[in-house]
Design a protein. Structure first.
Length: 307
């Protein structure tokens, strides 16, 4: 049987496993290894996703199951992305949504590992969340299949999508591809959902030329918010040193030249002012609203459309 959850489109035989080792075929049906058994549940500031322009100053209920469809040598979440543990707690989509509603949390985030590989749980939870008036967020490597995009577009309000490097970077370091990610970003922005992009900068691998190229490519695809974050040693890159603040500053300057409207440093002492997309004034949002004009900030496509 063919799994259509991500760009790999694995053919899986009865009792076999997909590339991600999280999807199998049992009794002629495609199934998740551990549907609803969550590796992580937390209440986070939405800025931690990172999303700075989608309900800023609010909390989000973060949920994750194990699994990923890439194999990044630098993975900062490798303990849940490529490993599988037994006896994780079961939390149904209903339970997750009820918890958010009862605690006044305005959104649910599918995050930490790779939600594309546990897409059935994410889609069911997102459907219930939207019926309950919650917003939905997906933090993803963006290796969408066409089918996944068609399924998710009506269900997810805001995305943070990794754009990790150029084609060679994806091939050599992540065992992935850049083009499905860029095509997905373009389609999501055209649909009208909110997108922020993140690039984890590894000093000695990323270069000014690569960031310049990515900046131009993202700008052409309609991206308006880009987070450049510092790498810390992890997984198979445990021996590499952390990215310096100086290198981050150089890359931020390069990213600024792309013309992308919002460029943010991450994992850093450096801060940049947030300008309200509606009144354009410097803002410190509270409960999703601009501290200056009071407008609800809910993404860049349709800012302030909900009250
Ligand atoms: S989620 Fe992706 S990697 Fe996993 S089985 Fe499906 S197509 Fe393969």
């Amino acid at each position: 049987m063919r799994c259509d959850f991500c760009f790999r489109h694995c053919d899986i035989s009865e009792g076999g496993w997909g590339w991600c080792n999280a999807r199998t075929v049992r009794n002629g049906r495609l199934e998740d290894r551990a549907y609803g058994h969550l590796s992580s549940v937390a209440v986070d500031p939405v800025e931690k996703k990172p999303l700075y322009l989608f309900l800023p100053g609010t909390k989000t209920l973060s949920v994750a199951m194990e699994g990923c469809c890439l194999d990044c040598a630098f993975c900062q979440n490798h303990d849940i992305s490529r490993s599988h543990h037994d006896f994780l707690p079961f939390i149904s989509p209903h339970d997750a949504v009820d918890y958010a509603v009862e605690n006044g949390i305005p959104s649910i985030s599918f995050t930490y590992s790779e939600p594309l590989v546990w897409q059935d749980y994410a889609a069911e939870t997102a459907t219930l969340a939207k019926e309950s008036g919650l917003r939905t967020i997906m933090v993803t490597n963006g290796e969408f299949s066409e089918e996944a995009l068609t399924r998710l577009l009506p269900l997810i309000d805001a995305y943070n999508i990794d754009v990790k490097g150029d084609e060679g970077f994806y091939r050599d370091i992540c065992r992935g591809e850049l083009s499905p990610v860029l095509d997905g970003i373009e389609r999501i922005i055209a649909y009208g959902s909110h997108v922020e992009v993140t690039t984890l900068l590894i000093e000695g691998i990323h270069t000014e030329a690569m960031i310049g190229m990515l900046g131009r490519t993202l700008k052409d695809r309609g991206v308006e918010a880009w987070h450049l974050t510092r790498f810390f040693p992890a997984f198979r890159m445990i021996d590499r040193r952390a990215t310096s603040e100086r290198f981050l500053s150089m890359m931020l300057e390069s990213a600024d030249r792309s013309g992308i409207r919002y460029i943010f440093p991450g994992n850093s002492r450096q801060r940049r002012l947030l300008l309200c997309p509606i009144c354009q004034k410097e803002t410190s949002p509270v409960n999703g609203r601009c501290s200056e004009c009071g407008s609800l900030i809910e993404g860049l496509s349709h800012p302030g459309t909900l009250s």
